[in-house]
Write a protein that binds this ligand. Sequence first.
Ligand code: NCD
Ligand code: ZN
Length: 359
Amino acid sequence: MNKEVKSLTTITPDDWHLHLRESPIIEQVLPFSSENFGKAIIMPNLEPPLIKLSQAKNYQKKIIDLLSPKNTFKPLMTLFLSEETTIKDIYDGANSGIIKAIKFYPKGVTTNSTGGIRDLSKVYKLLEKLPDLDLPLLIHGETTNTEVDIYDREAYFLDETVRKLRDEIPELKIVLEHITTKNSVDYILENNSKIAATITAHHLILNRNHLFNGGLRPHYYCRPVAKREHHRIAILKAATSGNANFFLGTDSAPHFDDNKESSCGCAGIFSAPNALSCIVQIFEENSCLQNLEKFISTNGSKFYNLPLNSTFTKFTKFQEPVNHPKKINIGNKFITVFDPDFPLYWKNQVIHNPFKETN
Ligand code: NCD
Ligand code: ZN
């Protein structure tokens, strides 16, 4: 038997950046999130993207209908910002109570983003409405200018777009999504409480060499692509610091293996099954377990002005490595789960009353 070594309990974590896709993928991937997280910000980059409230509502219903009866997982919906988005779309979303953020993809930057924005300044009028509605703008921060080196696109975008946006609308609440550079970390640290960042499990583990380790590794390809080691260390320090402006967004982004293992493989890493196991181990290795709850469970809710989850999660460390699925099977296809390339020792389980636990 695999012996328990130690355990700790936190408020149940949230995932502030999650792709659940459509049938037949959603049915298989949703439980990995809904059984481990209290709430999640659901990305709107479907085909077609979720631009209107009615689309987001239908998708939310689909998610909720797939939950097992006692599951209290809350899908927090987002609207996809397009050049056709109207002020009414924004107001409808905010007033409905189901839309918790607006997502900005530069046009064509990543999976299903061709309906995104070419020139952000064209929609400043819409964005000016967001602060009063307490809706944050979630930003995929990479320039689409292909003349800029792919490893510099996040830093370039900060200077090209984010600084300008903040000068124009300083009261706008912003989340820089899945940051991968020291530039983004420093930018968050030098600014105020209105700007935060999500960090993925895989960007805490990978640097750009992993993509080419012994051959081309399509399952480590995601956008933004992992950067140099000093950038990884900077985001690791930010995540483990407990700073209120950094929180977990797994960016779990499943794609069928044949779409990734291809001559033009698509971007996205499916990490929902083991992201938490990776994160707790990383915090332990960095002697920062005291800040774990902030990063995974409280910083995000505080930034979004949402209640903390009322359930708890017990993390247990085992003596021998624990098993997570390596692939999931859907029909005759497979989706590969993120491989951190080291053994994992922690499992987690939601508990409803930690005081009933005997140890
Ligand atoms: C995401 C996807 O596949 O939807 N891919 C990714 O590489 N992260 C989109 C995104 O968040 O960029
Ligand atoms: Zn994403």
